[in-house]
Design a protein around this ligand. Structure first.
Ligand code: ATP
Length: 217
């Protein structure tokens, strides 16, 4: 897109307990809308004071591998799982920024629910100095921020220009008109615990892994 650095690098963090179509479908649409060549999924280590994932890191990683097998858009980066300590997104982004250099356009993908919560993240003000935020729509979550200060922050950084995402290294928030997919990992875990089918909610290979390993029952 008319600059000398490599194409916009997009990272997608989360617990992925388990990965599901609510993660995959909106991001596939986002990739077309903003011309992403690759999205790197980064499963996180959950801090001890937060509710712990039901599947362990290796299992969550295996499910991601099964979900993205044969899909060239996605790759997996397990650096957060490799660390003994839980990692903050801002620290992982600092590490990636150090690897890529200051000019490389970097983006972090979140759902609308995460945008609404962003100001509770560790050192959240630093995030936009490191990357852009690409926000996927998610049904059931407000399109306006919780406070007027947060809304002003969003309005200040919001961009509707895809070109800017590729030409600037960081600093913009792009609200993407992605399809609404009403799926959460919480609902999937609840359905599995009640032996209800989840065929339309996540890839068949992931459902097979869950059965084989007796997860979420
Ligand atoms: P849980 O129900 O366990 O809280 P989750 O389904 O929200 O999990 P996470 O792994 O916590 O999934 O989410 C990782 C990222 O994916 C977050 O940025 C979240 O906003 C986004 N995301 C998850 N589900 C959807 C969805 N249905 N539509 C859009 N974004 C989503």
């Amino acid at each position: 897109m008319g600059n000398s650095t490599s194409p916009l690098i997009a990272l997608y963090g989360g617990t992925f307990d388990p990965i599901h179509y609510g993660h995959l479908k909106p991001v596939e649409a986002l990739a077309k809308q903003v011309a992403l060549h690759r999205v790197t999924i980064m499963p996180n280590n959950v801090p001890p004071h937060r509710p712990q994932p039901r599947a362990n890191g290796q299992q969550r990683k295996s499910m991601i591998e099964l979900a993205i097998a044969g899909n060239p858009l996605f790759s997996l980066d397990d650096r957060e799982l490799q660390r003994a300590t839980p990692s903050y997104t801002v620290e992982t982004l600092e590490q990636l920024r150090a690897e890529t250099g200051a000019e490389q356009p970097l983006a972090f993908i979140v759902g609308q629910d995460s945008l609404l919560n962003l100001q509770r993240w560790h050192r959240w003000e630093t995030l936009l100095t490191l990357c852009h935020l690409l926000v996927c729509q998610r049904p059931g979550y407000s399109l306006t921020m919780k406070t007027s200060a947060e809304q002003r922050w969003l309005d200040k950084h919001r961009s509707t220009s895809v070109e800017q995402l590729h030409s600037m290294p960081a600093g913009k928030i792009y609200l993407a008109p992605t399809p609404m997919v009403d799926i959460s990992a919480t609902v999937i875990r609840q359905r599995l615990a009640h032996h209800l089918p989840c065929d339309d909610l996540l890839p068949a290979a992931v459902a097979g892994f869950i059965r084989q390993h007796h997860l979420y029952t």
